[in-house]
Ligand binder design. Structure first.
Ligand SMILES: O=C(O)C[C@H]1C=CC(=O)O1
Length: 96
């Protein structure tokens, strides 16, 4: 199942820089691991915002929740999820 996910990162202003940098580094490593595994299919920065638009490929809403809720930055993100299905006018033969 494909899900469109928007993540808006809201780090506390008083979070020490070293802690923020460590969180971002662990988030980056996890994001890249999930991309290599094919779970995090697309990851795009929204221009001018500390936000991303992503496409996840998981077996269920529960798996998506498990993945998102264990991201290191999860406590500092507002997340909006939309489940996707094929558009009847799409000319793509697969769901990539
Ligand atoms: O920077 C972000 O958009 C938040 C998060 C998503 C991937 C990653 O490395 O950090």
């Amino acid at each position: 199942m494909l899900f469109h996910v928007r993540m808006d990162v809201k780090l506390p202003r008083d979070l020490p820089l070293a802690e923020a940098d460590a969180l971002k580094a662990t988030e980056r490593a996890r994001a890249q691991e999930l991309q290599r595994a094919g779970v995090w299919r697309h990851l795009w920065r929204i221009a001018g915002q500390y936000s991303n638009i992503s496409i996840f490929d998981v077996s269920s809403p529960q798996e998506l929740h498990d993945v998102l809720s264990t991201l290191p930055l999860f406590p500092f993100m507002e997340i909006a999820v939309a489940p996707l299905c094929r558009h009847p006018s799409s000319i793509r033969e697969d769901d990539t």
